[in-house]
Ligand binder design. Sequence first.
Ligand code: MRU
Length: 353
Amino acid sequence: MNLPTTQVYPVIWHEGRVLLIDQNRLPLEYALVEISLVKDMARAIKTMIVRGAPAIGVAAAYGMYLGAREIETDNRDEFLAQLEDVAQMLRQTRPTAVNLFWAISRMLKTAYETLGSVEQIQASLLTTAQAIQVEDLQTCQAIGDRGLEVLPSTPHKLCILTHCNTGALATAGYGTALGVVRSAWRDGRLARVYADETRPRLQGARLTSWECVQEGIPVTVITDSMAAHCMKQGLIDAVIVGADRIAANGDTANKIGTYSLAIVAKAHDVPFFVAAPLSTIDFELPSGSLIPIEERHPSEIYQIGDTVTCPPGVEFYNPAFDVTPAEFITGIITERGVVAPSQLQQLQLKQPA
Ligand code: MRU
């Protein structure tokens, strides 16, 4: 298997514990946080030490193993009952990214299907968590390569605009939308990435630009409100974003600001792609209006570092995600190919049983 070349792995299994890159401290500081207990993994997901839909899924999978390891019983039924509590603790961390729920379900399935002792179930859970991680690396590399098939053909090298962070940090180690960017760079088709800074948590300014600098990819950070102006000036050939959950009709939840970016792209005739693994598609939800949207603490809006930026008496609304209607999406890039949002069902048929 050809593993991606990037050296950035946000979740690392090392000598019986998990190491997470603390994404709240980047780019000022590269620090690893050690996690040995499931409650600490739940906190790390909630506080966004680890973030990005596929990375949250990988972290939750290891969280399930850590929780399983903490259960002190040899009785299989008691063990499985307590594992359900572990799953519930992890489910309550962040509501929007479906990869979290997907990974937890897969881990539970492993537990129920493993015959034998509690010790054997625990061992299978670790193997499954590691498999989820390796599969995500392979999946993202496939997404990167599939994305190349639909990038516009232009006489010049491409400028791609992206939102939030969808790179190695947000996955097991390669990226979805930024994976396409990475593949385009590798193939000599990319001139530059435009990265929305992505208010309020600045994943674009802090994380996407950091990853691009690590890889030597030319990157220009703009504030979210500059996207329309850049498109009008002809600076952008395509927009590629990631997803936290895609409903069966193609409506896509992603970082707040994605919806307005899609509208602006349509107004300027710029293709707008969503890149995501099949594990991000929630075929049980018929439309995006049913996707739960996380609301985060207002301090993300009224505070920059320790500095308060608004006067007292102001109210805030801080949804972390929005839903882009399918009609604004040119294509959805997955590891199995690129489809129009209206054709997503074809991918469900292709999923292994
Ligand atoms: O709140 P975050 O930083 O977890 O949000 C991340 C995003 O919205 C990403 O675009 C999405 O998870 C796709 S990551 C490959």
